[in-house]
Design a protein around this ligand. Structure first.
Ligand SMILES: Cc1cc2nc3c(=O)[nH]c(=O)nc-3n(C[C@H](O)[C@H](O)[C@H](O)COP(=O)(O)OP(=O)(O)OC[C@H]3O[C@@H](n4cnc5c(N)ncnc54)[C@H](O)[C@@H]3O)c2cc1C
Length: 438
């Protein structure tokens, strides 16, 4: 099945055997299209293997509860054109994803917050199922073949695909239609080095500045080593110029370079964009998000009233993670007074402690970079693509799928969902076009 590189022609060539390319290939073949795939790695879906901590969070069923599933799902996506994902998600959403994988023999299970995984809880099984599906359908994959250039002509064949191969050096393939499924810039070790952007740009497309999304934040804070490993349920806010631009609740984790955990990953794309613009970005954390400011004052005053004879440090035991307490005392300027009793706390220090429970500010230095990110925010400008079909408005016959375009999803299975949805929509649109149904 897996041909060695030499000159090849297919009606459709797909560049990239990642999530969107695999979905597009299976769908296109089932719709009767002659399809071949080129992949720079020596296997399919190297990135998919690393998803969901090796379990592959395929999609998320939590948006199925409402009356308009596609509209609810589209709220999980970000793009310079906010409405762009909807027509694609309407065609192929969570239900269709579950049915698609069921039909391939990969039942899904929901195990936490609506997140759906293969029943095996192994990302490898997703790839194995795709590998079997492609083999069953005789779809050839040309591995270790990196596309370095694409030329377009008005005649036949329309696309000339220039590839670099280990075995034969430069080879040239041709096709009538081309799907660019090359991903973004995250986890470059898995094959996504941004070369898809260059290919699209050479064909006239515009790149919306890509930044890391779903990534940890590096903080400018002197006591991170002391805080490293501390976990707490809190509320995080991204604040720019005194204005809160996004908030997320959940388990926050301090690391020796900054902060991680689901809320931080969710907040990161906003922070990344503002940092890229040169703005000063602050991560503001609430240690007691369930209490109002007044309730925090009441709670601490009552507590200190009951345990006035205890040291301030001891008074926080059982309330905050123990490793947080010495740093809190430094922030309040009382770390040099280890024997200070609650009953002797000054009004000024109390006010600092009340505030830190609701607003502990950490300047954000940077994100933890593309190497550690789960998705790329930004990408090829979606105003240059036809909504719903994903065909280029600039290059007829060229379609974009997955992360390469300026669409990214929240954490929780939404980025793979976009890969499945967009791969399906592009294949469907091409089939409609070939049968004259478009
Ligand atoms: C650590 C990690 C965990 C993640 N976990 C999840 C999760 O649990 N759930 C979720 O929804 N999302 C997750 N994601 C995001 C998700 O994996 C991606 O959004 C998704 O894989 C994007 O699909 P894609 O088809 O656009 O690109 P990819 O899956 O990245 O595939 C692109 C393919 O194109 C190939 N390629 C690139 N350029 C060329 C070229 N010039 N020539 C030939 N081939 C080329 C690459 O080698 C690659 O195989 C995670 C990402 C990471 C990094």
């Amino acid at each position: 099945m897996y041909d060695s590189p030499s000159s090849k022609h297919h009606e459709l060539f797909i560049i990239g055997a990642g999530a969107s390319g695999l979905m597009a290939a299976v769908t296109a073949r089932d719709l009767g299209i002659d399809v071949g795939i080129v992949e720079s790695n020596d296997r399919v879906g190297k990135k998919v293997l690393t998803t969901g901590n090796g379990r592959c969070n395929i999609t998320n069923q939590s948006t199925l509860a409402g009356t308009d599933e596609a509209a609810a799902l589209s709220q999980k996506y970000h793009s310079s054109q906010a409405e762009f994902p909807l027509p694609v998600l309407k065609q192929f959403g969570v239900r269709q994803t579950v049915e698609f994988f069921n039909a391939l023999g990969l039942p899904l299970v929901a195990i936490e917050n609506g997140r759906m995984y293969p029943m095996s809880l192994q990302a490898a099984s997703v790839l194995e199922i795709f590998r079997i599906a492609l083999e069953d359908r005789d779809v050839p994959i040309y591995f270790k073949t990196k596309v370095s250039d694409v030329k377009v002509s008005t005649g036949h064949p329309r696309f000339t695909i220039v590839c670099q191969t280990e075995a034969e050096g430069q080879v040239v393939y041709t096709s009538d239609y081309l799907f660019l499924c090359t991903g973004g810039l995250t986890a470059p070790k898995t094959g996504t080095d941004g070369s898809g952007y260059t290919l699209a740009q050479r064909l006239g497309h515009t790149l919306i500045h890509p930044v890391p999304g779903i990534v940890q934040l590096k903080l400018d804070y002197p006591y991170l080593k002391e805080l490293s490993g501390v976990k707490f349920e809190g509320l995080g806010h991204i604040v720019v110029g005194g204005e809160c631009i996004r908030s997320e609740y959940g388990e926050i984790l301090f690391t020796d370079y900054g902060a991680s955990g689901p809320p931080i990953l969710q907040l990161s794309r906003k922070a990344a964009y503002r940092l890229a613009k040169g703005d000063k970005v602050v991560l503001s954390l609430e240690l007691m998000p369930d209490r109002t400011e007044e309730e925090v004052v009441d709670f601490l005053d009552t507590h200190w009233g009951m345990f006035g004879h205890r040291t301030v440090a001891a008074s926080f035991i059982g309330i905050l993670n123990k490793k947080l307490i010495p740093v809190l005392l430094k922030e309040a300027g009382i770390d040099q007074e280890p024997n200070l009793l609650c009953q002797d706390l000054s009004w000024k220090t109390k006010k600092i402690l009340y505030r830190l429970m609701k607003q502990w500010d950490f300047p954000v230095l940077d994100t933890n970079g593309f190497a550690n990110a789960q998705t790329t925010a930004g990408g090829i400008d979606t105003t240059e693509l036809k909504a719903g079909t994903l065909e280029s408005k600039l290059v007829p016959g060229l379609y974009l799928c997955g992360e390469v375009m300026d669409v990214d999803g929240d954490c929780g299975g939404y980025n793979l969902q976009w890969a499945w949805s967009s791969g399906y929509a592009a294949a469907m649109a091409l089939a409609d076009r070939l049968t004259g149904a478009e």
